[in-house]
Design a protein around this ligand. Structure first.
Ligand SMILES: [Zn+2]
Ligand SMILES: [Zn+2]
Length: 371
């Protein structure tokens, strides 16, 4: 039996790089050789045991790679050796939810999220892609792995916050939290035509990136209540759309207080425990407000659209890729990412790279662009 290197979830706070069986595709499935992947905030929750997965599962849900092997029925559409990405969400395209347009909920609640959740994920040398015809998205010529590395999850999710908020040309928008997803929501608000985009965070460096990606005002929560300032900037009304990109009671509440009557709260955060809407911010339930939630849209058509924005230079996310590691150095990468050290936004992981070489490249100065 062929094996491969992969990062396996062992138990709460313990992962390990191990040799595991290499997958083989059945009809309609494909195996890709992972060339680049990354770490998501959700992975941190999983490793800490805050989101349960089975011990023995290979983690990671952001694959960039090359088609290694095709199952029956795919030869006419794809070729071995083709460079592809696959969304973090892999809808089947055929079930009740998919055919009702809720692709991320494929098969049931959150069911479209399979990689590193219900099936083996992308922190490995090889990845089995289910429903390959719906999910393998060829990378346009000329784009690097790092160019498209944020499409499977972060760009898709962040942008979806702006899309679900139904931002219209000339809208005012506040984006609460400017981590990688919040930054992509800020960019999404710009792409959707918002006139006033307010980025909110506590980290000055992130606010600086927010200004580069589209925020025309940034507010540091250490300087005082952002809601009061948002009201002041919008003639006392509040914004048309607020996007929540953290998943905490405080930011949810601030986002709710920040929208005008009839406005929309578009929520991207992953919450735990009970979430409370205060009576006065909710206008006692009579404020014509909309609260919408979105799980990362996936599937190959979504990926094609996102990569088209990058190929035509309408979007450039490479400044968010701040650090690079070999997959063997996952512990170090995870430690850096989860503690937000050294100005990290996203780390690139290379399953086939030797350990030391990758970090030397970073030390040589690629990171300077962001700092
Ligand atoms: Zn993710
Ligand atoms: Zn489905």
């Amino acid at each position: 039996m062929k094996t491969m290197k992969a990062v396996v979830f062992k138990e709460k706070n313990r992962i390990a790089v191990e040799e595991v069986p290499r997958p083989a595709p059945r009809a309609g499935e494909a195996v890709i050789r992972i060339t680049t992947t990354t770490i998501c905030g959700t992975d941190v929750h999983i490793v800490r045991g805050e989101y349960p997965v089975k011990p023995g599962l290979v983690l990671g849900h952001e694959p960039v790679g090359v088609i290694e092997e095709l199952g029956a029925g795919l030869e006419e559409t794809y070729a071995v050796g083709q460079r592809v990405i696959v969304g973090a969400i892999t809808p089947c395209g055929q079930c009740f939810y998919c055919l009702n347009g809720a692709h991320s909920q494929c098969g049931g609640a959150l069911g479209g999220w399979r990689f590193g959740n219900t099936i083996n994920g992308a922190w490995a040398e090889y990845l089995l892609v289910p429903d390959a015809r719906a999910n393998l998205a060829p990378i346009p010529p000329g784009l690097t792995d790092e160019d498209v590395m944020l499409c499977p999850d972060i760009f898709s999710t962040g942008l979806s916050g702006a899309e679900s908020g139904n931002i219209r040309v000339g809208d005012s928008v506040a984006v609460f939290a400017q981590g990688p997803i919040g930054l992509c929501a800020t960019l999404g608000a710009k792409l959707k035509g918002a006139s006033l985009i307010i980025g909110i965070d506590s980290v000055e460096r992130r606010l600086e990136v927010a200004r580069r990606l589209g925020a025309n005002v940034t507010l540091n929560i250490n300087d005082g209540d952002p809601v009061r300032e948002i009201k002041r900037l919008t003639e006392g009304r509040g914004v048309d759309v607020a996007i929540e990109a953290l998943g905490r009671q405080e930011t949810f509440e601030s986002a709710l207080r920040a929208i005008r009557p009839g406005g929309t709260l578009s929520s991207l955060g992953v919450y735990s425990g009970k979430l409370v809407a205060p009576y006065e911010a909710f206008y006692a339930g009579l404020g014509d407000q909309k609260i919408v939630t979105t799980l990362c849209p996936g599937g190959k058509e979504r990926m094609r659209r996102l990569m088209a924005m990058i190929a035509t230079h309408r979007v450039d996310l490479t400044s968010l890729v701040t650090h690079q590691f070999a997959l063997d150095d996952i512990q170090e990468a995870l430690d850096l990412f989860s503690h937000q050290r050294d100005g990290v936004l996203k780390v690139a992981l290379y399953p086939h790279a030797a350990r030391a070489g990758v970090r030397e490249t970073v030390a040589a100065g690629e990171r300077d662009e962001l700092c």
